[in-house]
Write a protein that binds this ligand. Structure first.
Ligand code: HEC
Length: 318
């Protein structure tokens, strides 16, 4: 019985340690996160990806429906005059769901929330009418802070105004592409999370607190078998390279274990011609066997294809 009493003391100490550590795990980050202000990276990610990228009722089959468009504006959409400096805006056409920062400004964190509501008028944005957002700079408590600006309220720019002056090459479908990234399981091999190790010398800086406010899902990945992609657009910004590598990674990396994603091209190429995958494959086999000098040309993709979104997303990861 004496031994059993000691056992009870040990149990209490153990319960206290476990309970205490669970309290810290559950309560501490929860109270701290609401004070963390969203960084520019978090604002860009929210605005470019929209409300949700994983499974959700707006896009149950992960087709990239209902996603915002990034537009590099060089012309003022109201006056049609060239602008002094190009600016990036995010167009939410009628019915596109808003990201969580717009729906629940509290997730933007101290300073960003106040400026986005008071100067950016984000609470006036209406999903049924659509809206155009940008990241603007303001001052909060003497500090420079980035906030979300609802340009539809502050400048009167509607989604139609902006789409009217935007050329296809000014438009980024990174939001749709992030859905492709999630759906295709790129995260089985790639992470979006350089670690606080020598990693950053190769893959760029690890993310900071505040870089993920309102992002869902984060697509960190868990088990890395391939390069980290959080900053891939900074080290590799060639659309042509991306096209070849996604059509068949072996075109540029002979021993790559990465699967080919040629089916993301869809049935038709940029000029509306049907893509003959069987012919391509036969010619590629001849190239592999040394029967021809060059591999067959990779078809150009249609501007509404899934691969376009995926490449836009890769190039947006700066
Ligand atoms: C089976 C594992 C695997 C999967 C799945 C996979 N990749 Fe890769 N990926 C690799 C490997 C290995 C490399 C490095 C060798 C190479 O370039 O092919 C790579 C390289 C890349 C690169 C070039 C990275 C750099 O540092 O320049 C990009 C971009 C990329 N992958 C994107 C994707 C995307 C997007 C998907 C999903 C559509 C995907 N990968 C799916 C294994 C994978």
């Amino acid at each position: 019985m004496a031994g059993f009493r000691e056992y009870k003391v040990g149990t209490r100490i153990f319960a206290l340690a476990l309970g205490g550590s669970m309290c810290i795990t559950l309560l501490f980050p929860a109270s701290d996160m609401s004070k963390v202000s969203a960084t520019d990276m978090a604002l860009e990610k929210q605005l470019s990806a929209g409300r949700e990228t994983g499974f959700n009722l707006d896009d149950p089959f992960l087709q990239g429906w209902n996603k915002p468009l990034g537009v590099e504006l060089t012309v003022d959409p109201k006056t049609n005059q060239p602008m002094a400096t190009a600016m990036t805006v995010y167009v939410y056409q009628k019915g596109t769901p808003f990201p969580s920062g717009i729906l629940h400004p509290r997730v933007l964190g101290a300073g960003v929330q106040e400026l986005s509501v008071e100067q950016g008028h984000i609470v006036d944005a209406k999903k049924d009418a659509g809206a155009v957002f940008a990241i603007s700079k303001g001052v909060y408590n003497g500090q420079q802070v980035s906030y979300i600006d609802n340009l539809t309220a502050t400048k009167g720019w509607t989604p139609d105004d902006v789409m009217h002056v935007a050329k296809d090459s000014d438009i980024s479908e990174a939001g749709k592409g992030k859905t492709m990234f999630v759906r295709e399981g790129c995260w089985w091999c790639h992470t979006l999370l350089p670690e606080q190790t020598q990693d950053w010398q190769v893959f760029g800086a690890p993310p900071m607190l505040g870089d993920f406010n309102g992002e869902s899902p984060t697509a960190f990945g868990s088990d890395r078998k391939a390069p980290d992609l959080l900053h891939v657009g900074s080290r590799n910004s060639s659309r042509e390279w991306m096209m070849m590598h996604f059509f068949n990674p072996r075109l540029v990396q002979p021993h790559s274990i990465m699967p080919r994603y040629d089916y993301l091209w869809g049935d038709k190429d940029a000029s509306g011609q049907a893509i003959d995958f069987a012919k391509w494959r036969a010619e590629y086999d001849e190239y592999r066997e040394g029967k021809r000098v060059n591999p067959p040309e990779v078809p150009s993709y249609a501007s509404n294809s899934e691969i376009r979104g995926l490449i836009d997303f890769m190039l947006s990861l700066k």
